[in-house]
Design a protein around this ligand. Sequence first.
Ligand SMILES: Nc1ncnc2c1ncn2[C@@H]1O[C@H](COP(=O)(O)OP(=O)(O)OP(=O)(O)O)[C@@H](O)[C@H]1O
Length: 793
Amino acid sequence: MDDAEAGAGAEALRVALREEGERVGYMYARLDAERDAAERALRQGPLSGGGGGLQAQLEKSVATDEAARTLSRLLGVEHGLCFGRIDHRPDRPGEPSDTFYIGRIGLRDEDREPLLIDWRAAAARPFYTATPSSPGSLARRRHLHTRRREVVRVDDEVFDLDGLAEDARRSVVGEAALLATLRRGRTGRMSDVVATIQQEQDEVIRSGLHGVLVVQGGPGTGKTVAALHRAAYLLYTHRDVLERRGILIVGPNPTFLRYIEQVLPGLGETDVVLTTVGDLYPGVRATVHDVPDVAVVKGDHRMAELIEAAVRDHERAPEDGLSVPLDDLILHVDADACAHAQRTARSLRAPHNVQRRVFVHEMLEALATDRAEQYERMIEEPLEALIADSGGVPGWLKELNEDAEETPLLDEADMKLAKAELWQLPPVRKAIDELWPELTPQALLTELFADRDALARLGATAGFSPSETGLLYREPGEADWTVEDVPLLDEAAEWLGHDDPAERARQRAAAARRAEEERYAAEVIQMTEGWWTSLLDASDIADRHHDDGPHRTTAQRAAADRRWAYGHVIVDEAQELSEMAWRTVMRRVPTRSITVVGDTAQTGSPAGARGWGDMLDRYVPGRWREQRLMVNYRTPAAIMDVAADVLASVDPSQTPPAPVRDDGPPPRAVRADPGALPGLVAEEFAAIATGRDGEGRLAVISSLARHAAVRAALPEAPAGATPEALDAPVVVLTAEESKGLEFDAVIVVDPAGITTERPRGGHDLYVAVTRATRRLTVVHDGDLPASLARLSS
Ligand SMILES: Nc1ncnc2c1ncn2[C@@H]1O[C@H](COP(=O)(O)OP(=O)(O)OP(=O)(O)O)[C@@H](O)[C@H]1O
């Protein structure tokens, strides 16, 4: 390039920066104007109407909600408002072409003409899908880099020039923009990648709402970011369904959720519940895991049969019938009548606690009849003796006797009273409770786990061996609920159901009130054509009219309700879920609209998935679709070479993803004990903190055996899967806790221990060595595992 060409290039760049700067400046001015309008709306409420009628009240409520939602969306897009531009090829040479700017939200200019296109809109799609080999109708794609509100750089890809090399799968679109993003230091929070979404990720994000989509990909392939952007895209595209039903995202641990939770509000979405398997059962917050052997049994789908058997075991029809001593009587229900009561209750296809009502009624009826018969006999027997003694039966007495035999002892009203009275008597209640008790899931499992005989007996009916069920035994009150217990509690809750008479009465009253409110709301819609009526239906209006405390968001209502049916569920690190955990998740989404995100090569849980079909075919046989992500955006090539050796040692059939980055120093092994860690951490930290951003984060990932020694050596560093850990510059983790996270530098301590101390330890080591974005150091004081031989040279 001669000086004249270089000068022309520099001038073109200056012009581009100036023009784009003006354009983007105008977008921020429009953003400010929209924010002001939303703030005003929030302060003032609706302009029209007033007064205290239902219509005014509704307008106010909807306007406030909408304004708050809009404002939070507008406030969340300050950084990188506009990040791209696409120029379509003109239809005919010489004609003007369409140009669109792509950003975090859509904006219009003062004439209501589109100024900025929301990244989720169909018109934005070519920005993500065009490649040099198939540019579609695009002539050019431009990435705009902004600092605060200023455009500081533009990167162009011109698609109609020949000769751009394209290595089909591994080619990365917008390489300059992508690599600049990837080289930024880690902050402890995942950020959105809307500006640099890659084509294969775009296919995941925009895949249809329905059915089960599996996103399988190695470490660092952007599965988590793609899944989160998919949540945002689905909410944008299917707002009507999903705002009402919500999206559930299940992640591996609370730290991980904290790591990702910033992404969704940043994308402007709030109708999402983020949770872990340990939190899926309302009222229980489990974070501790069972040891692997126990986890395997608790995760086995046969546990569902064991729990059903345990419930049935509490529905007894005694072989000798039931006897209840009561004052001077002993009431008795014979074995046949008890069995009949059991059969009648079970014929109601309902859970145990609901069937119990039927059983109680049947038994009370039998007891009341027995009591009446006994009283009857008390009167009849002396009478018959009298008749026999007097040597003949007078006609009038015979008639009376025959009449009495034909009429039931208790008519309907008598029976109702008698049953109510008996139910108040403690010996009666106790006797019936023993046959068919009201149970909570917690009580059922606590009792089951503390009863070796019941475990063995009921376990056998579910196909477990005594040694397997023996693992479930624990003393009553011995431990808190574990993560593995949560699906069991949920299962038990399904079988037990809930029968609370007060709650039933409340529900009946609420349903009647609700019907009345909906009828009224429907009339309001018919009579008024308010702007807000297009946003709501009668049920929404009734919701808002109903003044039972503050209006709750979909996410708040869903999180508190075990039986909530979500519109879509995303499961991240899904390979860790056991068969029982899948049952719990599936119950939350009867429509089976699910995104399953994970990597079966990273499965650490012995109860987790070896293949997706193992878990999914039970629910959607052959009806799930799989999308593979093959490019690693996190880990530099030299570290991935080490990871590939580890993967080959545990599962040679798996292919590690191809790394985009090949920067950073080679990974190293250091022979030392944990005492050397402060020096190594300081050294690593100095290396990562000198980067352009002057900040960096480091994780020390150790074996369980060395965990205490590592903590002692680094007393300042927080340890474990706690949210604070993410804010600290240095954190100490186990391999399991590091799942899904990433750091600028990683020090892996005692790789041999990590490989051997858990059943799937080789997979744990694979996870540990793939957490680094820049530097990897392995610290060992014994021999290195063979899979890390590359580091010993
Ligand atoms: N298109 C992209 N543009 C910029 N950064 C990206 C892109 N895709 C992924 N990344 C970055 O790569 C890193 C890895 O992404 P992510 O954590 O989603 O991967 P993952 O597949 O879930 O990994 P793992 O299985 O190891 O948990 C993140 O820092 C993410 O921001």
